[in-house]
Design a protein around this ligand. Structure first.
Ligand code: GLA
Length: 396
């Protein structure tokens, strides 16, 4: 899926050429999981898979959205973007808009609010979406849609929002329009990513810094292992983990778990039940691992971060309990086949693992992972290399 697919779909629904095509990237997280909504640290990178939005304005005060992965376009009067003013996720659960369209329409709604504009200030738009970010693979197809649409509307509606503001627009769309209580890592990574680098983000100050990964220099690549176990963040485990973190912070008398360090853990263990304590321990140790990873990269390059990746996976498996057997199998098989490090990436409960491996070992690690899955009787995984790439941009 490319610029041309988005352009062709636009032509099919609008009968004319779009004003332009914008895109934003999927992402993988190198390390720092579930730390974002605890005001902690993350180190994600944008990947080469992208979502494209071909967009054009028209005189009708309507917004129309089509996607190559949904058969029917969805249409709304601009003034009806107010359906998202209600309780989080309500427009979707009440059936007023399909979930996929809420990512797009929710961005339009949140972007206007962020720019201090109303539906009466802007022309109608047609939006055609085409994406090659795998859906349900934990690689943030949702942030890629949000970033592409936010970048397009920012230009066409002359909203003058900064990249960080566009990321916040995406998060708001996801939290309030779609109803998924996620943090801001994915949007920042998708929109602000740089080629060959990861994005260090302090989720308290929202300061970002590009961190050189030096993969090519060291002859390493990152392999994504899509377990094909699908996950959703609007429900279930993700929401529970977030609640446990808030419970843990309240028990410790701090606003966010970011405010704790390893020295606080003995007291935490006395104050809370075992499950909440282990959730807290994951966040506290994971924040430290992000800092350690940034330092290790600077001091020793990517070969120096293998143990941190492995420790992060163990913490997610044992303390935060967001891994699944397929992810554990992927990580173990990759390590057994010579990976420098490996861990699940993203929200968990399915999706993908990443493995840091020698560029010459792609076939060998892929074969080992496939064999391990076959031996367990799991659905065949899909392995592909992911390249740290640039974030949101106008393509034409
Ligand atoms: C999902 C969310 C992010 C983040 C990760 C876990 O990807 O969208 O905000 O919380 O899970 O690190």
């Amino acid at each position: 899926m490319t610029v041309d697919d988005a352009r062709a779909l636009f032509l099919a629904i609008a009968g004319r050429a779009p004003e332009g095509v914008w895109s934003s990237a999927g992402r993988a997280n190198l390390i720092g999981e579930h730390t974002d909504y605890n005001e902690g640290f993350v180190l994600p990178f944008a990947i080469q898979h992208r979502t494209y939005a071909a967009v054009g304005m028209h005189a009708d005060l309507r917004i129309r959205v089509a996607s190559t992965f949904a058969p029917d376009p969805v249409e709304l009067a601009l003034e009806d973007l107010s359906i998202f003013d209600g309780p989080a996720g309500d427009a979707v659960t009440s059936g007023r808009v399909p979930e996929w369209a809420a990512y797009v329409l929710g961005v339009a709604w949140a972007a206007l609010a962020a720019a201090g504009r109303t539906a009466a200030d802007v022309p109608g738009v047609d939006i055609a979406i085409a994406s090659d970010v795998p859906v349900g693979a934990g690689l943030s197809s949702s942030a890629a849609i949000e970033g592409a649409v936010a970048a397009a509307l920012n230009d066409l509606w002359a909203l003058e929002l900064t990249p960080l503001e566009l990321a916040k627009v995406g998060r708001r769309a996801e939290n309030e329009a779609v109803g998924a209580p996620t943090g801001i890592m994915d949007q920042v990574s998708s929109i602000m990513g740089r080629a060959d680098a990861a994005t260090f983000l302090d989720c308290r100050t929202l300061e970002t810094r590009s961190v050189d990964l030096g993969l090519e220099r060291e002859g390493l690549v990152l392999l994504a292992i899509d377990t094909k176990v699908e996950h959703a963040h609007a429900s279930g485990g993700y929401r529970d983990r977030r609640a446990a973190c808030e419970r843990g912070a309240a028990a410790m008398g701090v606003p966010w778990l970011r405010d704790l360090t390893a020295a606080d853990l003995p007291r935490a263990q006395e104050l809370m039940d075992d499950v909440t304590f282990r959730r807290v321990r994951h966040i506290v140790t994971e924040n430290q691992r992000v800092i350690d990873t940034v330092e290790a990269l600077a001091a020793g390059g990517p070969r120096a971060i293998g143990d941190l990746l492995v420790a992060s996976h163990a913490s997610m498996r044992d303390d935060f309990e967001i891994s699944v057997p397929e992810l554990d199998t992927a990580v173990e098989a990759a390590l057994g086949a010579g990976a420098v490090g490996a861990r699940m990436t993203g929200g968990g409960f399915g999706g993908s693992a990443i493995a840091l491996i020698p560029a010459t070992s792609v076939a060998q690690v892929t074969a080992a992972v496939e064999a391990a899955f076959a031996a367990q009787g799991y659905t065949a995984p899909v392995c592909f290399t992911i390249t740290p790439s640039e974030g949101a941009r106008r393509d034409e």
